[in-house]
Structures are given as structure tokens and as C-alpha cells.
Design a protein around this ligand. Structure first.
Ligand code: AMP
Ligand code: MG
Length: 327
């Protein structure tokens, strides 16, 4: 079921994709669940396996910038200029939303006339896309609204018995899903923060908007990453700052940025570095997975600085915590 990322196994993975099957594979962001983006039935099975609402579009992965026109319409002069400026981030953790080529499955784009596309920076994903010879639609390889996988084992735990193959390329380097930027909005609009930061995008594009200009409901449909509770563990998760620590359940876990002042108050403590938020991002989902499997009553988590990649970390944490509970 889990195979090492050897040349032979990459050929196997490509054959599964070509035959309409599902392969989980590593990218630099998180593990993806890939299917042939040109095939409605292959893409439909991604939604079925993840139990993901069909209204939530997927990201289509290609192996090089020059293949972009096979997925999206890129003739508009402004779009061309913008793409030229964004080229430096590819391969990498940036997805752009563009008008869709008709050949791409309408299921992958949830019936929208736009498509999100990126070139991943992981040699293994690139090899699978090249060997399969088709663009690959791939959301994160986890059940809908659960924590994204950053190791092959995370994928196996969540979807192992439902998919054809898992390729193991080790833990993901970035650890958070890609930045999603819409180029069909003017100015370009940040739909999901990620490792390519809003600051970096503004530097090359000028003004970049973000936020909920279309209203919460519509935005959620466009962007599953924007749903209210997402990236969530099964164990109750709350922000530490909002919690009365004199009244902790016995088995309380803590994810803190920097060494906590009262470590002994907690049953389990995982420390993420507060002075290296890229490293913190890399380990965040692993920490959530680990504590979610530790039989805890409650997980508390710190907030971090919201600049640079910290904005993406806080975005995920804000969606992962139990918002329904009065805090
Ligand atoms: P996931 O595949 O689970 O990482 O989530 C896919 C992400 O892609 C969502 O958060 C959306 O923001 C984005 N996305 C994909 N296609 C589109 C599209 N056509 N328009 C807007 N956002 C999209
Ligand atoms: Mg996802």
C-alpha cells in the first residue's frame, strides 16, 4: 500500500493515474490525493473517497510553467504580465486561479469556469505528473475537513483502505497547503494564505486584496480552505489564551510557540519554535496529528505572530479550533 518513491514505483503510480485510479503522493506542501484532471470519473472518485462536497474545487497540478495553457486560458495581456511576475514562485507553494480550459474536468473545478493550478516543487510529484502525461487534480489526501497529511503514514491512517497507492517521499518540507491567489479578480485576491506570503505577492503584483468581499457563504464555496471548521482534529482544540488554566482536564495537551512557562500543568507538550515560523509550519500538522492520537481530553494551542508565514499558520489554527464552544 505505501511504496517508496523509486523510479519503478513512480511508473506504477503514473499507470494508476492513467487508468483512472487514485494515488496519494508527496508535494512540498502536504500529501495530495491525485487523479487524472481530464477524466470526470477519476476526479469524481476523489470527492467520494474524501467525502468532500462537490461544490469545493480542486487544484490541478502540472509539471512545468509552459504546460499552463493546457489547463487554463492565459491569453489576456494583464494575466500574462501577472503570470510572468509570478513565475519566480514556480515550482512552489503557490496556486493561481485562472479561466479554465474546457478539457479540464468540470468536476475538478466544481462547475466553475475557473481553475486553480500550480507546479509543485517536490521531485516526486513532478516525476509522477511527467510520467502520467496528464495534469493531476489533487486536494490534500485526508478525509474532508480533517487535518492535512504531511507524511505517508498520515495518509494511510485517514484513507489507506480507500485508495490505490500511497507513494512515500518523506515528510513535507513546507507543511501547510499552498497559497491560493485568484487572478480573475482585480486586484488579484488572496483566497488562502500559505508559504508564499501576501507581502511577497504584493511586492511583484502591486495591490493584492484578501478577505471576504463576496460574503462568507459564497467564499466558502469557492474555497474549501475558507470553511469555518477545517483542518480540525477529533479531539477538542482551543486557543490557550481563551482557556481557564486552573480548570484543565487531566489529559490536556499543549502546542506552544516557544517553551511554555508552566509545562508541568500539561499531560503532553509539543513545542514549535517561535523564532522560526517556517520550521513551526513544517511541524504544525504533525503536532496536531500526534496529539490527536494521544487519547487526550483537550488540546490547547498558542497563537503566533501573524506576519509572513505566521498569517498562514494562524489561518489554519483559527479554522481548526472549536469555534462553537463559548470562549
Ligand atoms: P485543497 O485541495 O483541499 O488544498 O483545497 C483546494 C483549494 O483550492 C481551495 O482552498 C480553493 O481556495 C482553491 N481553489 C481551487 N479551485 C478554485 C477555483 N476555481 N476558484 C477558487 N478557488 C479555487
Ligand atoms: Mg484540503
Amino acid at each position: 500500500m505505501i511504496l517508496a518513491a523509486t523510479e519503478e514505483n513512480i511508473s506504477k503510480a503514473a499507470a494508476v493515474i492513467r487508468a483512472g485510479g487514485l494515488v496519494a503522493f508527496p508535494t512540498e506542501t502536504v500529501y495530495g490525493l491525485g487523479a487524472n484532471a481530464l477524466s470526470d470519473s477519476a476526479v469524481r472518485s476523489i470527492y467520494a473517497v474524501k467525502e468532500r462536497p462537490r461544490t469545493n474545487p480542486l487544484i490541478v497540478h502540472i509539471s512545468e510553467f509552459s504546460a499552463l495553457s493546457t489547463v487554463a486560458l492565459v491569453d489576456n495581456p494583464t494575466t500574462k504580465q501577472q503570470l510572468d511576475a509570478l513565475k519566480q514562485f514556480w515550482p512552489g507553494p503557490l496556486s493561481v486561479v485562472l479561466p479554465k480550459q474546457p478539457g479540464i474536468s468540470a468536476i475538478a473545478s466544481a462547475g466553475l469556469d475557473t481553475v486553480a493550478v500550480r507546479v509543485p516543487a517536490h521531485p516526486c510529484s513532478l516525476a509522477i505528473i511527467r510520467a502520467s502525461g496528464v495534469p493531476i487534480a489533487a486536494p490534500s489526501a485526508n478525509a474532508f475537513a480533517a487535518i492535512s497529511p504531511t507524511t505517508a503514514q498520515h495518509v494511510a491512517d485517514s484513507l489507506g483502505d480507500k485508495i490505490d497507492l500511497i507513494i512515500d517521499g518523506g515528510p513535507c518540507r513546507v507543511g501547510l497547503e499552498s497559497t491560493v491567489l485568484s487572478l480573475v479578480d482585480s486586484p488579484p485576491r488572496l483566497l488562502r494564505p500559505g508559504a508564499v506570503t501576501k507581502e511577497q505577492l504584493s511586492q511583484v503584483l502591486g495591490e493584492v486584496s484578501s478577505g471576504h468581499v463576496h460574503g462568507e457563504a459564497e467564499t466558502s464555496q469557492l474555497s474549501p480552505g475558507l470553511l469555518k471548521r477545517h483542518y480540525a482534529p477529533r479531539t477538542p482544540l482551543r486557543f490557550r489564551a481563551n482557556f481557564d488554566e486552573s480548570n484543565l482536564p487531566e489529559r490536556t495537551g499543549l502546542i506552544s510557540f516557544g517553551e511554555p512557562d508552566n509545562r508541568t500543568a500539561f499531560y503532553r507538550v509539543l513545542v514549535l519554535p517561535e523564532d522560526d515560523l517556517s520550521e513551526a509550519a513544517r511541524n504544525l500538522f504533525q503536532a496536531l496529528h500526534e496529539l490527536d492520537h494521544a487519547n487526550l481530553d483537550l488540546i490547547l494551542v498558542d497563537r503566533c505572530e501573524e506576519s509572513g508565514i505566521g498569517a498562514a499558520i494562524m489561518d489554519r489554527l483559527n479554522r481548526a479550533v472549536d469555534n462553537d464552544v463559548d470562549q
